[in-house]
Design a binder for this molecule. Structure first.
Ligand SMILES: NC(=O)c1ccc[n+]([C@@H]2O[C@H](COP(=O)([O-])OP(=O)(O)OC[C@H]3O[C@@H](n4cnc5c(N)ncnc54)[C@H](O)[C@@H]3O)[C@@H](O)[C@H]2O)c1
Length: 337
């Protein structure tokens, strides 16, 4: 039988004792996953990563590849024959594996839907056998075309029609959320859903449409900074270290189980202004070029005009909110990546 660390009280929160744990991380060779794995190993935990390297890279884990407490399994979550055993042995699971990136999602909607549904189903089924706590990484995309200034976890969701490929990501991640809640309700699975807004930092690749790494790479290379659409759409950005901090706090907080919780930055900026600031920070003379969506995304495409999280729930539960200002985020991206 699995022995779980007893709950303790600290700073008004119910936190699990930070005893050494066995932790399973799906998507652990990805951008956010690799930062999470480093953090968990640094805390003294034993970590098993399952990653098929579809968008992740082993080099993301190069700082810890030889760590004696790290095991890496290169395979799909749903193909992993040891999944039931690994899930049973784990004290908790972070489920980050997913088809990610606006360009990849718009181009391969079948792969997106299959990956996000099948892998999550396999993971939740395995976790529920041993009642292993799961943190499921979801996305702010599920808020769809909401016009609200701040997106809150209890909002109704307004997703676009199925002939627009991008909504396959939102819909499949939303089904993951429903599935997680269904496992919580019917099988008593301890699960928390983290709705991540744009997260940025080292190792994020611009290959699949992530805006900040793409702009930084273009500015450095003296190439045009391509802004899709009018550039007036706004976004907010969260430093990956802040995201990881929030994920770890939520996972270790029994009071968060059964809840959806936003994680993100709150400083909004238009993509056009973002391009200007990146150009300035890089000392680049690149031009900024607006590109119509139809030239970048196949088929019909809709973009979101703005996207900013309401973080009151995160703060109430964990006492934490992301704290890295946008200026510092841009500076670090330019200097450290
Ligand atoms: N980065 C962001 O801004 C952001 C925003 C919202 C939500 N998220 C969510 O956070 C999670 C991590 O995203 P990321 O930005 O680190 O992306 P990422 O692409 O770097 O990480 C995803 C990882 O999952 C792996 N993977 C994909 N399918 C798999 C499968 N079937 N089996 C095993 N591994 C598989 C990939 O190889 C990759 O390493 C995802 O669930 C994503 O939906 C990220």
């Amino acid at each position: 039988m699995k022995v779980r660390a007893p709950p303790v009280r600290g700073a008004g929160e119910e936190l699990l004792a930070m005893a050494r744990q066995h932790i399973l991380v799906t998507g652990g060779a990805g951008f956010i996953g690799s930062h999470l794995v480093e953090r968990l190993l640094a805390e003294g935990h034993r970590v098993v990563v399952i990653d098929d390297l579809s968008t992740g890279r082993l080099s993301n884990l190069k700082a810890v590849t030889r760590h004696p407490e790290l095991r890496i399994r290169i395979e799909r979550v749903s193909d992993c024959r040891d999944l039931p055993r690994l899930a049973r042995q784990a004290h908790c699971i972070y489920h980050l594996a997913a088809a990610v990136g606006v360009q990849l999602v718009a181009r391969f909607p079948i792969r997106t839907i299959h990956t996000n549904l099948r892998e999550t189903e396999a993971l939740l089924a395995a976790a529920s056998r041993g009642q292993t706590p799961v943190l499921l990484a979801s996305t702010s995309e599920v808020y769809g075309k909401s016009g609200k200034p701040l997106f809150s976890e209890t909002d109704d969701l307004l997703i676009g029609p199925p002939n627009f490929g991008r909504w396959s990501y939102a819909c499949s991640k939303l089904m993951d959320e429903f599935l997680a809640m269904a496992y919580a309700q019917e099988r008593g699975l301890p699960v928390v859903v983290a709705r991540l807004f744009n997260t940025v930092g080292p190792r994020q690749t611009g290959r699949f449409g992530m805006v900040l790494p793409r702009l930084v790479a273009a500015a450095r290379a003296g190439k045009p900074l391509e802004v899709y659409g009018s550039g007036r759409q706004t976004r907010s950005f969260c430093w990956v270290g802040d995201t990881v901090e929030a994920l770890v706090r939520l996972q270790n907080l029994p009071a968060a189980r059964g809840l959806v919780v936003n994680i993100g930055g709150t400083e909004e900026i238009s993509i056009l202004d973002l391009a200007r600031r990146v150009r300035q920070a890089c000392g680049s003379r690149s031009i900024i070029k607006r590109i119509p969506y139809r030239r970048v995304f196949p088929g019909d495409f809709e973009d979101l005009q703005h996207r900013c999280p309401d973080l009151r729930r995160l703060r109430r539960l964990t006492g934490f909110r992301p704290r890295t200002p946008l200026a510092e985020i841009i500076r670090r991206l330019v200097v450290e990546t």
